[in-house]
Design a protein. Structure first.
Lengths: 573, 107
């Protein structure tokens, strides 16, 4: 199903028609419909004076746009910076004051239009006139603009709904990013290649904010992670590191993969090899950057790679639409593309010296917030492998659950757990009652209206901390408590955490005076696991609606005895 | 007319088509220009507005610079008039470029 078109308001201090054209014309999802605002307007004034416009300080939301994209040049934001150019001296405190004022306008804009994407400032071309003084403190234009960017990053860091994009990534990628003729003839400051790159990243961010970024990279081994066939030359004969351009390139490729894993991406291996030989190479080669601890899983055998990818994604509990498969072999790529169209299989360069560029150019891994769970995700999967091995030796599931020593910590939604809760809400598909997608500002707005509460659930056991993996929200209407969100990461399915969550929300509903508890599943193509849980939960199914379940609040839903609950909760007021 | 002229005409045509490619990348599918000699560009019923015209000419200058290694300044001409005959069609534009004595590799 095609994604709904995103309605974007572009605000710039230059002619943004070319940028708007690239946002509209880029074929990747989501489709964007662009309105270009008045030149130079940021803040409530950006909404113009036409029909539906509000007064300058009106807090009312703008329902005509889903996102505002702000691309202002430094000299347009800061009159004090302009003084540096005109008079040769900048008062740094005044420049920073201009940045703060700009952030205040961004904040007002965010209040009107819940998501705002802001571009950092490139160093103006005029900086070349400063020569060796360009980076001198208080004098150099480049120095001051860099400080402005740092100030901007600090100020917007804790603003929910605001994403800051590093424009230098697109501007520096072009040998001549600025086109003087476009500027003088049409007030367009950059070449179209810059706008094309910018549009691609904006789309990547929009996908990420809706939980549609790819989460898993599955890799071939021979001539992909290292040079040569390990089964033939042994690990000592591989091209990896050393005084060898290709060997160095493979190491850099691995290093880039590991850097991506620190952002929460899972790495896995799908390779046609003897498993023991390949794992020995991974563990033994002194130049390997990517080790077993960084791998969330692997399928190393002589079977069909498409079948192996399916098996591995099932083990990792991720959908095929979350997977990128990288293989140097064109025939293997074609096979996987044909068999698994949901898997993204990029074309891959023949030279390993192009691998890093190819990886960084994929534009599908963006994330708008980095949580502790993201940083520790590889370790979480390593713990899961140990857990699965333990389950194999337990005499029964019940006995295994007892051995896990499960502990669930319940917290109300707050500033600390908010980023991860929003991420979970937007990424989770299978155990998700309503599959509603909200960003932080939208969720905060929802919680602020009516008798509503949202709790987060952090799951630990003796193998490790699975992190914040569940959330549930409740709305109380008179004597009826409605379960609105019920979300649990597939990583902790089937360990009675679901039952513990029901216990917590029904107990809270009881305390708030409700006598009836209702949960209505909004069916999607992916949330059948949630329906199956409700069917076996003991909740009563409605006769006239197969997706609605009820529970009489005489007592709370029973707490699973295998789970220790730690709570920090207040009644719903 | 020297023997290299047909080659130059081909190069000029390729440069114009490459500029059209770049322009088309910014246009919705139904507004994209066909790469053909009789494609209309400007004039009363021409498809290009002033901004699209500037984009086309700047892209064309960049292609010509890369192709011939010498700066071609179409946009700098004070008399530049998008509605003038030399910009009405792709063929007219190529003819105009030829009259500008485009330098070429063969001298």
């Amino acid at each position: 199903m095609a994604e709904p078109t995103v309605r974007a308001l572009v605000l710039a201090d230059f002619n943004a028609a070319n940028f708007a054209a690239h946002l509209t014309g880029d074929t990747a999802e989501p489709k964007i419909q662009v309105t270009v605002g008045p030149i130079g307007a940021v803040g409530a004034d950006a909404f113009g004076s036409g029909e539906g416009a509000e007064s300058a300080e009106s807090p009312e939301r703008d329902d005509r746009h889903d996102v505002a994209i702000v691309w202002m040049r430094a000299q347009a934001v800061s009159p004090a910076l302009a003084a540096l150019v005109d008079q040769g001296v900048a008062v740094l405190s005044e420049v920073m004051g201009d940045v703060d004022e700009f952030v205040a306008r961004i904040e007002r804009l965010r209040d009107r239009c819940s998501r705002v994407v802001v571009m950092t400032w490139g160093v103006p071309r005029l900086s070349a006139a400063f020569g060796a003084l360009a980076m001198k403190e208080g004098v150099g234009l480049a120095n001051v603009v860099m400080r402005m960017n740092l100030r901007l990053a600090e100020r917007v860091d804790d603003l929910p709904g605001v994403v800051l994009l590093d424009a230098s990534a697109w501007i520096d990628a072009e040998p001549t990013p600025e086109e003087a003729k476009l500027w003088y003839a049409a007030k367009i400051p950059f070449r179209n290649d810059v706008f094309r790159r910018a549009a691609r990243q904006v789309k990547s961010v929009l996908r990420a904010s809706r939980g549609q970024a790819r989460k898993v990279i599955l890799l071939d081994l021979d001539d992909t992670l290292w040079g040569g066939l390990v089964g033939e030359v042994g690990w000592r004969g591989l091209r990896l590191g050393g005084h060898d351009p290709a060997g160095e390139a493979y190491v850099d490729f691995q290093r880039t993969l590991v850097a991506l894993s620190h952002r929460g991406l899972l790495l896995g291996v799908v390779s046609k090899n003897d498993e023991a030989v390949a794992l020995d190479a991974i563990a033994s080669h002194p130049e390997m950057v990517l080790g077993v601890p960084q791998l969330s899983g692997w399928r190393i055998n002589w079977d069909d790679k498409a079948a192996n990818i399916v098996a591995l994604t099932e083990e990792l509990n991720v959908g095929l639409e979350a997977v990128v498969f990288i293989d140097d072999s064109a025939s293997e790529r074609a096979r996987v593309r044909e068999a698994l169209p949901d898997v993204f299989v990029p074309d891959w360069p023949s030279s390993p010296m192009r691998y890093v560029d190819a990886l960084l150019g994929l534009d599908c891994f963006d994330t708008v917030a980095l949580t502790g769970e993201d940083r520790a995700r590889s370790a979480l999967y390593a713990a899961e492998r140990a857990r699965a091995a333990d389950r194999g030796i337990a005499e029964s599931v019940g006995a295994w659950l007892e051995r896990l020593e499960l502990r669930v910590e319940v917290e109300e939604y707050n500033d600390r757990n908010g980023p991860r809760a929003v991420q979970l809400l937007n990424k989770t598909n299978q155990m998700n009652l309503s599959t509603r997608r909200l960003d932080a500002a939208e969720l905060g707005g929802w919680l602020g209206a009516g008798r509503r509460k949202l709790w987060t659930f952090r799951v630990r056991d003796r193998f490790g901390d699975a992190g914040l993996t569940g959330l549930a929200s409740l709305e109380v209407e008179g004597t009826r408590a409605v379960l609105v969100d019920f979300v649990l990461s597939c990583r902790v399915f089937g360990r009675k955490v679901e039952e513990a969550m029901l216990h917590v929300v029904t107990e809270s509903a009881l305390e708030s005076g409700a006598s009836e508890f209702v949960a209505t599943l909004m069916p999607t193509s992916k949330n059948a696991p949630c329906l199956r849980f409700l069917e076996r939960s003991g909740l009563r199914r409605d006769e006239d609606d197969a997706h609605r379940f009820r529970f009489d609040l005489v007592t709370a839903y029973p707490r699973p005895r295998e789970i220790e609950l730690l709570r920090e909760m207040a009644p719903i007021s | 007319m020297s023997s290299v002229m047909p080659e130059i005409r081909t190069q000029l045509r390729d440069a114009v088509f490459a500029a059209i490619d770049e322009l088309n990348a910014q246009r919705p599918p139904h507004e994209r220009l066909p790469k053909a000699l009789d494609t209309a560009l400007t004039g009363e019923h021409g498809p290009l507005d002033s901004l699209a015209f500037v984009n086309l000419i700047v892209a064309l200058e960049q292609r010509l610079d890369a192709m011939f290694g010498t700066t071609m300044s179409l946009l700098d001409d004070e008399r530049l008039d998008p509605t003038a005959g030399q910009f009405r069609t792709v063929q007219a534009l190529i003819d105009y470029l030829e009259t500008m004595r485009v330098p070429h590799a063969n001298g």
